[in-house]
Design a protein around this ligand. Structure first.
Ligand code: NAD
Length: 360
C-alpha cells in the first residue's frame, strides 16, 4: 500500500426519490430561517416550486444564474440575499447555479458565512467540491476554499427527469472525467479510487439505459449516484491534463462545458495511458470493456459515440486555427499529470479531438 493523505470534505448528503421533501428539515438542521432560492432563468419554475415548498422559510428567488459565474451576478445575488434578509441559499440546478451559491458563500465568508444547500439537477458534481470559479473582466479565476462547500446536498433523481438527453449524456461523461483523472491524481488515496471506479461503473451502466429511455427513474437514480461519487472525487484530489484542457477550451474559446469534457476525455486518456497503467485498468474494468493498452480511451470514445454524444471539437464550435493557441496555453503552467506535458503530443491530441478520430 502506498502512503497517502485523505482529508474528508464535511458535507451532508440526502439521497433518494422524493428527497426534496426533506428540504425544510435540512434548513432547520442548519439552524437557518430564510432561504434565497437560486436558479438559472431556464429553471425559474423549479425555483418557484422550491419557494412554494418552503413557504415562510423562503426569502425570495434569484433566477439569474449564468455559466462561468460573472462576478456582477454573484454580487447581485449576495445583495439580494441581504436585502431580503436571507440567512442561507438553496441552489437548484447544475454547476452554474451551484457556482453562484458558492460565490455568495465566498463573498460572505468574512461576515460569518452563508450556508448553501445544493439540489443538483445535472451530473457535473460541483455540489461535492470546495472549488469555486468567478469571471471578472473576461478572465475566469478558480480556487479551492472549504467555506464554499455546500453544507447539505439533496439528490432527488425525479428532478433530473427534465434534463434533455444530449445534456444527460455529456453531463454523465463529465462525471466520468472527474473520476478518471482522480484515479491517477498524485494526491489520490484508496478511498478516492474506490469512489472513482464505482462512479465510472454506475455512470457507464446508466448511460445506455438513459439513451433508450430518458425517463427511466432507476437509471436516473444510478446516474445521480454516479454524479455524487465522481463529484466527491473531484472535490478531494487534483485534476490533470484533461481538466486543464477543458478549462482552457471552455474559457478561451467559449465552448460548452459538458460537451468539451465529452470530446476531450478519450484523447486525454490516450495521452496518459502509458504513464498510468493501473488507473487505466480500473477505468477499463469500470466501463466493462476488454482490457488493452488504449482500452480506457476507446471505451469512453465508444460509449459517447454509440449514444450520439459529440466526439469532435469541430462540431461543438472550436475554430481550427485555435488549436495551436490551445496547445500553447495547455503547457504554459505546470500541473500534475502522469505523462509530462509535451507541446507536440498535446497538439496532436487536440487534432485528434478536433477530427473525432477514435484513439489508437
Ligand atoms: P449548467 O449548470 O450550466 O446547466 C446547463 C443548462 O441546463 C442550464 O440552462 C440549466 O438551467 C439547465 N438544466 C440543468 N439541470 C436541468 C434539468 N434537470 N432539467 C432541465 N434543464 C436543466 O451545466 P453544468 O454542466 O451542470 O455546469 C457547468 C458549469 O459548472 C461550468 O461553468 C463549470 O465550470 C461548473 N462546474 C464547476 C464545478 C466545481 O466543482 N466548481 C464542477 C463541475 C462544473
Amino acid at each position: 500500500m502506498k502512503a497517502f493523505v485523505y482529508q474528508a470534505n464535511p458535507s451532508r448528503v440526502v439521497f433518494g426519490l422524493g428527497a426534496l421533501q426533506h428540504l425544510t428539515r435540512e434548513i432547520d438542521l442548519l439552524g437557518a430561517k430564510r432561504a434565497l432560492v437560486l436558479s438559472t432563468p431556464e429553471q425559474a419554475d423549479s425555483a418557484r416550486r422550491i419557494a412554494e415548498l418552503l413557504g415562510e422559510r423562503a426569502a425570495g428567488i434569484f433566477p439569474e444564474a449564468r455559466m462561468h459565474v460573472p462576478i456582477a451576478t454573484a454580487r447581485a445575488a449576495r445583495n439580494e440575499a441581504r436585502r431580503l434578509g436571507a440567512d442561507c441559499a438553496v441552489a437548484i440546478g447544475g454547476g452554474s447555479t451551484i457556482g453562484i451559491g458558492k460565490a455568495i458563500a465566498l463573498e460572505s465568508a468574512a461576515e460569518g458565512g452563508f450556508p448553501i444547500i445544493a439540489i443538483p439537477t445535472t451530473y457535473a458534481g460541483s455540489e461535492m467540491t470546495p472549488i469555486y470559479g468567478l469571471t471578472e473582466g473576461g478572465m475566469k479565476k478558480t480556487g479551492r476554499d472549504p467555506r464554499v462547500l455546500p453544507k447539505t446536498v439533496i439528490y432527488d433523481p425525479e428532478l433530473t427527469l427534465t434534463l434533455p438527453l444530449g445534456m444527460t449524456l455529456t453531463s454523465a461523461l463529465n462525471a466520468i472525467a472527474h473520476a478518471s483523472e482522480g484515479l491517477y491524481a498524485p494526491d489520490g488515496s484508496p478511498i478516492v479510487a474506490l469512489m472513482a471506479e464505482e462512479g465510472i461503473r454506475a455512470a457507464a451502466a446508466a448511460l445506455p439505459r438513459l439513451a433508450a429511455n430518458p425517463r427511466d427513474l432507476e437509471a436516473r437514480s444510478d446516474a445521480l449516484y454516479a454524479a455524487w461519487l465522481c463529484g466527491s472525487v473531484l472535490g478531494h484530489v487534483s485534476m490533470g491534463l484533461h481538466h486543464k484542457l477543458c478549462h482552457t477550451l471552455g474559457g478561451s474559446f467559449d465552448l460548452p462545458h459538458a460537451e468539451v469534457h465529452t470530446v476531450i476525455l478519450p484523447h486525454a486518456l490516450a495521452y496518459n495511458a502509458s504513464h498510468a497503467p493501473e488507473a487505466m485498468r480500473r477505468i477499463t474494468r469500470a466501463l466493462g470493456v476488454a482490457d488493452g493498452p488504449l482500452a480506457a480511451a476507446t471505451g469512453v470514445f465508444d460509449l459517447a459515440r454509440a449514444h450520439g454524444a459529440p466526439t469532435t471539437l469541430r462540431d461543438i464550435g472550436m475554430p481550427a486555427d485555435g488549436l495551436d493557441r490551445a496547445a500553447d496555453l495547455a503547457v504554459q503552467n505546470q500541473y500534475p499529470n502522469p505523462r509530462p506535458l509535451e507541446r507536440s503530443g498535446i497538439r496532436e491530441l487536440l487534432q485528434h479531438a478536433f477530427d473525432g478520430t477514435r484513439p489508437g
